[in-house]
Design a protein around this ligand. Structure first.
Ligand code: C2E
Ligand code: MG
Ligand code: MG
Length: 711
């Protein structure tokens, strides 16, 4: 402190006494200087205290007094340094004794050496003291309260320590680059993640260097350093966060996130997301694939189809539906059904030739294929033929042999439609047509098919209205007991006298009624009506009623039969329910349970159209029936040797099992003759009687009774 050696107080007075003129001017100047000095000392932000060679205080400022909370009355110029120390001890501000404090200072006072040291006060504050010797032998001390500063420093240090700890314990790797693009922070996890040494990535490394190094070490394989660096720079310029996936040569995936910092530079974090990515991939796979067969599902198929259509090259959509799959499920159980579906999936994949072709499962036994790269319909036809053949081959598992068939509908792009929806609908329409014509076939979509479909819808709508309009009737066809020559029963056959369509044969409306579910009500009506009619017939006459699979499946069928019997008063054993194989084939144990329940009540069960189905004999084993009705196609061909042999065998089989055998569609005496000789129990057909009104049958029965009486 320049000029600090000046003694205040008495100094100005001495000069004033020295004389006049210039002396007085000098004295004035000195006084002014003194005032300026005092003001400066008073206004400085630090505490200040000046001592002379005798260790007596010359001057101190208010800051000093305030800093040590000293008593201003005690702190008069002339007080000894030691007494100030003692005073500070007395007022409890010092944390050591006056002697100890003095001992610290003494060597510097005596040695006239400058020094700086800290003193901790009893109240926790920290004061930095600069000791500066003066030429005159005294010294000046400057005091500064650094408590806040020290605390901030300590906090900063702690923050650093925490930052380091966090950095070291992060699950992510982290690098920090400064504004000049040089690496200034790198945590241990970064080295671990990449399995590299610190020496490979020293501080000061640039982003470009780091990428190059990772390439050299074979950790990254395909990466364009220039474009990566350019990308980073672009997003740093934009001040945007940027994240990207990095695929390591060892198969791992890292998520790398770059975050620009406000003061320039950026932070990069590295996350090993291999597992997460795999899980995500699995999830998307699951969302797009059928879990059983692992084939693409409908949504994936749609996606692929849209993609393929985008290329605008000819292709075929094949819509597939398995035939007789239900029977496999019912006979062998669901695990076997699942196994078979997986086999079918494999066979379909083998059947397609190109890896670009897509085989999908839509659920149940429905599959679909996109066949791309075809030149004409012939290409699709070839594939369809191959599929019918491959899928139709037997499936062998654990000594069991299972059979299914497949029906296909084919729609071609661009001929049959331009968008996915139209093509799929048209392929389905073709499939639907194929199925209705017989199984194990493929059908191409034809323009007329939608017209047919519309016609079918119109028919269904008409049918719906027909029941309430009482447009249905029942005809009855007599059944002859060949041995006795007597009519022993009749079959109820439904007729639809439509206002707009005229008389419609069941052949043309039963399937539609089954499709819409109307058959349940319609069948119920037929059952009641037939029972009511039969109740008025002689007691030896049975009534046969045709029943659809849909009726039995609908539930409540047994109740419906019982109520028809109860209301009509017809004994149960005079009612015969005619079922076709599809009833046995299509449904589960519930259907068989319903049938055996009815059989338990005495109702008879007849297997209709025997021989036309898939494996009639197998069904005989599943469910015991009371009657077999040999389909009229066999009777028509009775003059053929093979057919005659089959019919004779069935008749013998029936005899052995105790099952009545009825021949359907008997039109000639020759046929009846042959059947009689073969031992066939019953005959039905135009020869015996065409389907007729109940009143006609009543008349026939009366004349038969008269004949018997007179005979
Ligand atoms: P289905 O049960 O096999 O009935 C015998 C069919 O053969 C009847 O045809 C009958 O008219 C016909 N038919 C009888 N004798 C002869 C013959 O000597 N020669 C020829 N060519 N045909 C003969 P329809 O009445 O047209 O019935 C056809 C089919 O419709 C029935 O076949 C039956 O499956 C079904 N159906 C009829 N009524 C009902 C019903 O109420 N409910 C259900 N679910 N199906 C019915
Ligand atoms: Mg029938
Ligand atoms: Mg029949």
């Amino acid at each position: 402190m320049p000029g600090a050696h000046v003694k205040t107080g008495s100094f100005a007075g001495k000069r004033r006494a020295a004389g006049v003129g210039p002396v007085r001017r000098i004295a004035e100047e000195l006084r002014a200087q003194n005032e300026r000095f005092a003001a400066a000392v008073e206004n400085m932000s630090h505490g200040l205290c000046m001592f002379d060679a005798d260790e007596r205080m010359i001057i101190c400022n208010h800051n000093y007094i305030d800093l040590f909370r000293l008593d201003a009355k005690v702190m008069k110029p002339g007080i000894r340094f030691f007494d100030i120390l003692q005073h500070s001890v007395d007022i409890g501000i010092a944390s050591q004794s006056a002697e100890e404090l003095y001992a610290v200072r003494k060597p510097y006072i005596d040695g006239a050496k400058p020094s700086t040291y800290e003193e901790a006060l009893a109240d926790g504050r920290i004061i930095v003291i600069s000791h500066r010797p003066l030429a005159s032998g005294g010294w000046v001390s400057i005091y500064e309260d650094v408590t806040v500063q020290r605390r901030a420093e300590k906090e900063l240090k702690e923050q650093h320590r925490r930052f380091d700890a966090a950095l070291a314990n992060m699950s992510q790797g982290l690098l920090m680059y400064d504004a000049g693009g040089k690496m200034i922070v790198r945590n241990q996890r970064f080295l671990e993640l990449y399995n590299v040494a610190a020496a490979d990535f020293p501080f000061g490394t640039t982003h470009r260097d780091a990428l190059k190094r990772l390439l050299e070490l074979g950790i990254y394989t395909k990466i364009d350093v220039d474009s990566e660096v350019a990308k980073t720079e672009a997003c740093l310029r934009a001040g945007q966060m940027h994240s990207t996936y990095r695929y390591l040569a060892d198969g791992r995936t890292f998520l790398v996130v770059r975050q620009p910092m406000s003061g320039g530079g950026w932070v990069v974090t590295f996350d090993d997301v291999t597992e997460r990515r795999r899980t995500e991939e699995r999830m998307t796979h699951l969302a797009h694939h059928d879990t059983l067969t692992n084939l693409p599902n409908r949504s994936m198929f749609r996606e692929k189809l849209d993609q393929a259509l985008g290329e605008a090259k000819p292709l075929a959509i094949l819509s597939l539906d398995l035939d007789r799959f239900k029977a496999v499920n019912d006979t062998f159980g669901h695990p076997a059904g699942d196994w078979l579906l997986k086999c079918v999936a494999k066979r379909l994949q083998q059947a397609v030739r190109s890896s670009k072709d897509v085989v999908a499962r839509f659920g149940g036994d429905e599959f679909a294929i996109i066949q791309s790269g075809i030149k004409s319909a012939a290409g699709a036809e070839k594939l369809a033929k191959r599929i019918v053949e491959i899928v139709g081959k037997p499936y062998r598992d654990k000594g069991r042999e299972m059979h299914v068939g497949v029906s296909l509908g084919i729609a071609l792009y661009p001929g049959d439609g331009h968008d996915a929806d139209t093509l799929l609908t048209n392929a389905d329409m073709a499939l639907y047509r194929g199925k209705s014509e017989g199984r194990n076939v493929y059908r191409f979509f034809e323009q007329g098919m939608d017209a047919l479909m519309r016609e079918r819808r119109a028919l269904e709508a008409d049918l719906e209205a027909a029941l309430s309009r009482r447009e249905f009737e029942l005809d009855f066809q007599p059944i002859l007991d060949i041995g006795s020559g007597k009519i022993v029963g009749a079959e109820a056959l439904m007729r639809w006298r439509s206002r707009s369509r005229g008389l419609v044969s069941p052949e043309n409306f039963i399937a539609a009624a089954e499709e819409t579910g109307l058959i349940v009500q319609l069948g119920d009506w037929a059952l009641r009506k037939a029972c009511n009619v039969a109740a008025n017939w002689p007691p030896e006459m049975r009534m046969a009623v045709n029943v659809s699979a849909a009726q039995i499946k609908s539930g409540g069928f047994a109740r419906s039969v019982i109520s028809a019997l109860a209301f009509s008063g017809l004994p149960a054993n005079r009612l015969e329910l005619e079922i076709t194989e599809t009833v046995m084939m299509d449904e589960s144990d519930a259907v068989l349970k319903t049938l055996s329940q009815l059989r338990g009540l005495g109702v008879r069960i007849a297997l209709d159209d025997f021989g036309t189905g898939y494996s009639s004999l197998g069904y005989l084993r599943r469910f015991p029936v009371d009657k077999i009705k040999i389909d009229r196609s066999f009777i028509r061909d009775l003059d053929k040797r093979d057919t005659a042999a089959i019919v004779r065998t069935v008749i013998r089989l029936g005899a052995e099992l105790g099952i009545t055998v009825t021949a359907e569609g008997v039109e000639t005496e020759a046929q009846l003759d042959m059947l009689r000789k073969a031992g066939c129990g019953e005959a039905q057909g135009f020869l015996i009687g065409v389907p007729a009104k109940a009143s006609d049958i009543g008349r026939l029965l009366r004349s038969q009774a008269q004949l018997r009486q007179s005979g």
